[in-house]
Design a binder for this molecule. Structure first.
Ligand code: NDP
Length: 460
């Protein structure tokens, strides 16, 4: 039996392919040289097998990865075709290398509307058995279009063969949540509204638009980050412990958490915020006003910073505010999950100093876990003070795509977003999008390089 995979990147010349997918594939193949991959590039642009191989070599980058190119990569055909048409897709599918019992992965690294048109144009009978369809976010642009896209996909292949890629699910910090929660007896009993007061998931970055106005100005921070990545993190933080780490158990549990998630007090006007950056300086770099960036249409009122608070309405979590926030052009950008515990029910009289509730932090990149607790001792043996236990969790952002690609080549959908979860994420945000569209939530401003509007406090 062959263990070769035909990995087809539709959109081979794109930013995602060259900046994230190919370097991650190179890293994966260096670590796992036993894999055998036919790496097929496609696009509408003129190119050749040799040029595509050159692109792959450049993206693989390191000398080690060069050995992957000669060892694990069996072939690098380039197929010129328009993937949004039935005839273009037939051209691609007919030209694929033949492998006995191998797996074909069609990775749509193309704009979402092209991916959706391609899926509509595909016919189940044209797909080799077991074909995996991998799609990048956004999955639809609201609940109804996500549902419609899911129906199209379901008619093509079984759900387990659809990979809605959310590379956050491959981030080591996010995966580490599973180990910390489920592999330590003392954690789960404390992991509920009874002991936790609030959770914040914050993904601020110092980068501005970086020339991606075409995509970002139509998405904004709410859709780009909260709708996809941060709601997945919320689901992993709050899901009930699964029986196994198999895809059915994990994805059932995360989907159930998302189904129970709603805007705090159902009040999107009060519990959501939006802002966009004005000109400023970050790390000595001058950033122009977002509204003046090439390709931005200021009348779209796109936010570059979004924050909203949610509640997971289950017996376990009701009453715990979970705030998700993400922004661009933030000075001293913080990327972390903060779990704030409740105060002790009774502090024995005799301690001096104030008891401060415990705080558990997972920092994302560099991945670090820290637990701040009260300890006593020193010159006054009953004086409370703070001690922080810290642990490095290891690798950073680039790994995310490595783990996602490994799962994809193995045909294991655990790290991909199931169709129902994708629909739920749109459902959860709809009240906020409606409130923003009505103008009920003002679009605030913050200078690039600042921490965002001064009166927003995601940790309140
Ligand atoms: P780009 O615009 O950089 O690349 C798009 C690619 O698609 C090009 O290679 C283009 O090549 C190809 N393409 C466009 N139309 C067709 C078509 N009809 N048939 C075949 N190929 C086509 O986009 P990105 O790489 O930035 O993004 C791709 C997807 O990945 C999007 O869904 C995006 O949301 C998602 N994504 C991107 C991230 C990033 O950092 N870039 C991060 C996370 C997700 P050609 O002109 O030769 O056809």
């Amino acid at each position: 039996m062959s263990d070769e995979t035909v990995f087809v990147i539709i959109g081979a010349s794109g930013d995602l392919a060259s900046r994230l997918l190919l370097p991650a594939l190179g890293e994966l193949l260096v670590a796992q040289p036993e894999r055998r991959v036919h790496l097929v590039g496609t696009g509408r642009s003129e190119s050749s097998d040799a040029q595509w191989r050159k692109t792959v070599r450049r993206a693989f980058g390191t000398a080690d990865a060069e050995s992957a190119l000669t060892g694990s990569i069996v072939s690098t055909p380039y197929i010129r075709a328009d993937a949004s048409t039935a005839s273009g897709l037939r051209t691609i599918l007919h030209a694929l290398p033949e492998v006995d019992d191998g797996r074909v992965v069609l990775y749509f690294a193309v704009p979402p509307q092209v991916a959706a048109s391609a899926c509509r144009a595909l016919k189940p009978k044209d797909l080799p058995p077991g074909t995996i369809l991998a799609l990048e976010k956004p999955f639809g642009d609201e609940e109804a279009s996500a549902r419609e896209l899911n129906e199209v996909l379901r008619a093509l292949v079984p759900e387990r063969q659809v990979f809605r890629v959310d590379h956050f699910l491959g981030r080591s910090t996010v995966l580490n949540l599973l180990g910390v929660r489920f592999a330590n007896r003392f954690v789960e009993p404390a992991w509920s509204a009874e002991h936790i007061a609030a959770i914040t998931v914050r993904f601020d970055e110092s980068l501005g638009l970086e020339g991606r106005a075409g995509y970002y100005d139509r998405a904004g921070a709410l859709v780009d980050m909260i709708q996809s990545h941060l709601l997945q993190v919320l689901a992993i933080l709050t899901m009930t412990p699964p029986a196994t780490l198999g895809d059915a158990d994990v994805r059932d549990a995360t989907a159930a958490a998302l189904r129970a998630t709603h805007v705090w007090e159902d009040n999107a006007v009060r519990f959501s915020h939006r802002a966009r950056y004005t000109a400023g300086t970050i790390d000595g770099r001058d950033l122009p006003d977002y509204a003046a960036e090439p390709g931005v249409d200021p009348s779209r009122q796109t936010e570059t910073l979004a924050q909203a608070t949610f509640e997971v309405r289950t017996d376990r979590w009701a009453g715990v505010p979970i705030t998700l926030r993400s922004g661009k052009a933030i000075g001293d950008a913080v990327t972390e999950i903060v779990v704030r515990f409740r105060p002790v029910r009774h502090l024995p009289a005799g301690f001096t100093g104030a008891e401060e509730p415990a705080v558990l932090r997972f920092s994302l990149g560099p991945d670090r876990l820290s637990l701040s607790i009260n300890v006593n001792g020193g010159s006054d043996p009953f004086a409370l003070h703070r001690a922080t236990l810290e642990a490095e969790l290891g690798v950073g952002a680039q790994r995310a795509y490595v783990d996602v690609l490994a799962a994809l080549l193995d045909g294991d959908p655990t790290l991909s977003v199931r169709g129902d979860a994708a629909e739920e994420c749109w459902r959860i945000l709809q009240p906020i999008r409606d409130a923003w569209a009505r103008g009920d939530v003002p679009l605030e401003e913050y200078p690039a390089g600042s921490a965002g509007p001064a009166d927003w406090d995601p940790d309140r």
